[in-house]
Design a protein around this ligand. Structure first.
Ligand code: GLU
Length: 389
C-alpha cells in the first residue's frame, strides 16, 4: 500500500493534458492546443550550439551537485544586475525550476505549517506543499483582478503561516505585481515572520508592467527563496534547467536533497545555460514581441465570442477568461475537446474559486489561434456557450 501522503495530492492536470494532447497528435488528430505552458519556438541556435560544444568537450559526466561554478556565477550576476538581489554564486543551486520548488517545500515545511497561495495559481504549488504535510491556504484574488493584495493576505495570516508562494508574472492570469504590492507583502513577512518562495519563471515575458523581485528589498533576502529558469524565456522546457537563489542556511538544506535525489543537472546543458544568460538577447525579445501580438489577437477574438470575458494581461502567455455555460469547467473543457478538438485547461485546476474560468495558453501560432477560436465560436455551440452574465 502506498504512503498516505500520496492521497493528499492529485495528478497534475497541466502535465496530464499535455500528455493527452501528445497522444492525440501522435494518432494524427488535428488538435489545436491552448493547454500546456510551453513556448512553440525553437531554442535559439547559439544555445543549442553551446550544448553541442559541451558534448564535444566531453561534458557528459557528473557536474558539481549545486551546479558548475561558471553557471552559478552567471546566475548570481544575472540576479544582481537584472533583479537587484544581493546574492553571489554560493546562494545558487541549479536544478529544474519545478524541482527547486519541491525541494524548498521539503526542506522548509512540516505538518501543522500553513502556506499562503494566491488563488488561482499554478497547480503544482499546492501539491508540493501538501506532500510535506503542510496545509495550502488559498487566498481568493478575483476581487482584486487576480492581484495578490497585502490586505487579503493579512486576513489569511495566522501564527502557523510559515511561507507564502508568490508568482509574478503569474500563471494562469498573467498579472504582474507592482512594487508597492510587493512592499506590502514584504512588510507582512517581516511582521509575521514567514518566508517567501518567489517563482519568477515568467520574468522576461512581460509586455506592459515592470518586473520586481521581492528579494531585492534588502531585509527580505534572508527570508526569500527566488526560483527561476530557462524554460519559458528561452523556449527550453525540455532542457530542465532552472535554479534557486536562497539565503545560505536554506541553500544548505536544499543542497542535501539535491545530493540525495537528482545529484546534478547534465553539465553540457549547464554549459548551454551559460550561453543563454550571457549571449545575445535578440531571440528572447523577438519571442516576447510575438507573444505580445498573440496576446492582443487572442484577447480580441475571445472577447468577440461573447461567452468569454477577459482583460489583456501584462505578462506570461496565458489568458484566464471567465466563461458562461451550464457546464462545469471540467465538463466544458471535455466538451471543447470532443466537439472542436481545441484543448484548454479547466480553471479549478488552479484554485478552488475558479470553476467558471478556463486557461488559454497562447503559446501557439497566430494561425492556430484564429483556427482554434473559430472552431469554438458561439454560433456553432449555442446550446453550450452563452453570453456573459
Ligand atoms: N507550467 C506549465 C503549465 O502550467 C507547464 C506544465 C507544468 O509544469 O505544470 O502549463
Amino acid at each position: 500500500m502506498h504512503a498516505k501522503r500520496m492521497n493528499w495530492i492529485d495528478p497534475s492536470p497541466t502535465v496530464g493534458i499535455a500528455n493527452k494532447v501528445a497522444e492525440l497528435k501522435a494518432k494524427g488528430e488535428d488538435i489545436v492546443s491552448f493547454s500546456v505552458g510551453e513556448p512553440d519556438f525553437d531554442t535559439p541556435k547559439h544555445i543549442v550550439d553551446a550544448a553541442k560544444e559541451g558534448l564535444d568537450k566531453g561534458m557528459t559526466h557528473y557536474a558539481p551537485s549545486n551546479g558548475i561554478p561558471e553557471f552559478r556565477e552567471a546566475i548570481a550576476e544575472k540576479h544582481l544586475l537584472d533583479n537587484n538581489i544581493p546574492c553571489d554564486a554560493k546562494h545558487v543551486i541549479v536544478a529544474p525550476c519545478k524541482h527547486t520548488i519541491f525541494m524548498t517545500c521539503l526542506a522548509m515545511l512540516e505538518e501543522g505549517d500553513e502556506v499562503l497561495i494566491q488563488d488561482p495559481a499554478w497547480v503544482s504549488y499546492e501539491a508540493c506543499v501538501a506532500i510535506t504535510g503542510a496545509s495550502p491556504i488559498f487566498v481568493d484574488t478575483r476581487e482584486h483582478d487576480f492581484h495578490f493584495k497585502p490586505e487579503a493576505i493579512a486576513e489569511a495570516v495566522t501564527p502557523k503561516t510559515k511561507m507564502l508562494i508568490l508568482n509574478t508574472p503569474s500563471n494562469p492570469t498573467g498579472i504582474v505585481m507592482s512594487k508597492q504590492e510587493l512592499r506590502g507583502i514584504a512588510d507582512l513577512a517581516q511582521d509575521h515572520d514567514f518566508y517567501i518562495l518567489a517563482d519568477e519563471i515568467y520574468e522576461k515575458i512581460i509586455y506592459d508592467g515592470i518586473h520586481h523581485s521581492i528579494a531585492s528589498f534588502p531585509e527580505l533576502f534572508e527570508r526569500t527563496i527566488t526560483v527561476n529558469g530557462l524554460s519559458k524565456a528561452y523556449a527550453m522546457t525540455g532542457w530542465r534547467i532552472g535554479w534557486l537563489v536562497a539565503p545560505l542556511d536554506i541553500q544548505k538544506q536544499v543542497a542535501k536533497i539535491q545530493q540525495h535525489s537528482i545529484t546534478c543537472i547534465p553539465p553540457f546543458a549547464q554549459h548551454a545555460g551559460i550561453r543563454a544568460l550571457t549571449g545575445p538577447v535578440g531571440p528572447v525579445n523577438d519571442m516576447v514581441e510575438e507573444f505580445r501580438a498573440r496576446r492582443d489577437l487572442m484577447t480580441k477574438l475571445l472577447n468577440e465570442l461573447d461567452t468569454f470575458e477577459v482583460e489583456k494581461p501584462e505578462g506570461a502567455f496565458y489568458l484566464f477568461p471567465k466563461f458562461n455555460s451550464d457546464k462545469s469547467d471540467f465538463d466544458f473543457v471535455e466538451y471543447l475537446l470532443e466537439e472542436t478538438r481545441v484543448v484548454v485547461t479547466p480553471g479549478s485546476a488552479f484554485g478552488p474559486s475558479c470553476d467558471k474560468y478556463v486557461r488559454f495558453s497562447y503559446a501557439a501560432s497566430r494561425e492556430r489561434i484564429k483556427e482554434g477560436i473559430e472552431r469554438i465560436s458561439v454560433e456553432n455551440h449555442e446550446d453550450v456557450l452563452k453570453p456573459p452574465v
